[in-house]
Ligand binder design. Structure first.
Ligand code: XIL
Length: 287
């Protein structure tokens, strides 16, 4: 399964209101098909990586609705039957559990979420549609808020099929080795309650960052965290994918986004497999 890290976001796809640039996205979808991989489309509605022509102007509610409708219809329609799953809405919940204050919410209102899922479903009725976020992996205020959001969407018959758990974490995700089991339980419980709603879960953007300088012990702990995420996914009824946010430390957003940290992926920057890689392989082998 392949996820474009940036190529399907609003800004790269939309150099101007009139123009779409599908070159990179097309190349990735072609690559995936050539290699018998599914594609997770990422992402249709987000508050980041929006083009300045969109953010640096005041729009009326009707105008912004039309921009979003046209965008979703065009992008999902272009890849109809070729993108298996879409992150329709990304990171709409703030860290305190409230609905995040974004251009979409400010100008359209909270119903932008319903609209986005309905337009995506119309454009490709067979694609699995996801709500995707970070920090909602284990039980807690944020995963509670995400749970409530998707439950309400289902109650309103909004076509949503799954929740994406980004899983950008650090070694502190499991502060002590003995916490790993507790966190697997908490992750499993969160997946289970989403399953009870009839929703699939994908772990969508895994990386496990480490503070520099990095020790062997830390790489071993990182391997246990990757293993724990895989274990939770394999043992859940509804967890159908585990996607990593890149594969080699040579190309990773982590050193830029979290300065002083790195080595978050399963191959090192010379493309050599790390303990985390072996942990995933062992996890699959043991299942
Ligand atoms: C990140 C990319 O990895 C970076 O290259 C880009 O500069 C910023 O976005 N959550 C998401 C992803 O849903 O889209 C983000 O990707 C990482 C956090």
């Amino acid at each position: 399964m392949l996820t474009p890290e940036n190529a399907m976001k609003f800004e790269p796809l939309r150099p101007s209101r009139e123009r779409y640039d599908f070159d990179h996205a097309d190349a990735l979808v072609d690559f995936a098909e050539k290699h018998a991989m599914q594609v997770r489309g990422h992402t249709l509605v987000w508050h980041q990586q929006l083009p300045s022509w969109l953010t640096e102007r005041d729009w009326t509610r009707d105008e912004l609705i039309e921009i979003l409708r046209e965008h979703i219809t065009t992008v999902v329609g272009r890849y109809r039957g070729r993108v298996a799953a879409w992150d329709v809405v990304n990171e709409a919940v703030a860290d305190d559990g409230s609905l995040r204050d974004t251009i979409w919410r400010q100008v359209i209102g909270p119903e932008y979420i319903d609209m986005a899922f309905r337009w995506a479903h119309e454009a490709d009725p067979d694609a699995l549609l996801f709500y995707n976020d970070y920090g909602g992996e284990v039980l807690g205020p944020k995963s509670d808020a995400i749970y409530a959001l998707v439950r309400d969407l289902l109650q309103r018959d909004v076509p949503i099929h799954g929740v994406g758990l980004q899983t950008h974490v650090s070694l502190d995700w499991f502060p002590e080795p003995q916490d790993i089991a507790a966190n697997v339980d908490s992750l499993s419980a969160n997946m289970d309650r989403l399953s009870a709603l009839g929703l699939v879960v994908h772990i969508t953007e895994t990386d496990v960052r480490i503070e520099r300088p990095i020790t062997e012990d830390e790489l071993a702990k990182q391997a246990r965290i990757y293993g724990a995420a895989l274990e939770a996914c394999l043992s859940a009824q509804n967890c159908k994918a585990l996607v990593l946010w890149g594969f080699t430390d040579r190309h990773s957003w982590i050193p830029y986004a979290f300065p002083g940290t790195g080595a978050a992926l399963v191959f090192d920057d010379a493309y050599r497999p790390k303990p985390a890689y072996h942990s995933l392989i062992d996890g699959f082998a043991g299942h």
